[in-house]
Design a protein around this ligand. Sequence first.
Ligand code: GLU
Length: 288
Amino acid sequence: MVNVPMREIVTRFAPSPTGRLHVGHAYAAFFAHDAAQAAGGRFLLRIEDIDASRCRAEYTAGIIEDLAWLGLTWEAPVRRQSEHLADYAAALRRLQEMGVIYPCFCTRKDIAAEIARAGAAPHGPEGALYPGLCRHLSDEERHKRLDSGAPYALRLDVERARRLAPVPLYFEDAGAGTVAAQPELLGDVVLARKDAPTSYHLAVTVDDAIQGVTLVTRGLDLFHATHIQRLLQALLGLPTPRYHHHPLLLDDAGRRFAKRDRAVTLEALRRSGTTPAGVRRLIAAARR
Ligand code: GLU
């Protein structure tokens, strides 16, 4: 019998410090942590703090405090995205060199007006797709607008990217099985902006590879993101982790826990005398 080496399980919890963690986050953190522990693997923490307008250092400190209180341990160092902008800029440059990135000067208003005008605009699982206004600008028009100093986003030309990447592309999900990637579901997503070298999709794809993550666990709300991230992995020559998209934890009223619900933050629960074991019981009850 041939011994096939199993890939080591490396998971991560990757919160954004835009508020205090709540019970839904605790569920996601336990999920990633326990998946690694059950397999004798490694659990990492990543702080997704690229959006400087919404992220705050005090929330990062709060995340670390809350996770430690829950009894979780993770490997050092914690990766903070804001400290690795050069990694995302390098990946973006590679994509630019491949010719799959274009500047988009549209405002939200321009996009809404075009969608209204076009009538049957293409829709994806997350709403109307970018209608492609800036995809076909002439080089001259593009340069004129760039030279004018107008703000812009850098979008992925999904169709072009698709032609460059090997097809078909797949990913493995613990719930959904082998999934054929359909990056066109989300359309020409924004990968960076004039003043921000990355957006969520690019940073996550680069980081999961740099951190050696082999099993991405996260909520089902990010299932569609995986289609785009799989395409980015193919373009950038990065390994593809396995995925386990888990259901989101719902409150008694059947709503997702949200950062705006102060009462369910881990900090509030701790102050009112709930123990980490009590948080695990709350999660188990919410999952029934
Ligand atoms: N930072 C993202 C969030 O807080 C999660 C990213 C991911 O797991 O891919 O929703």
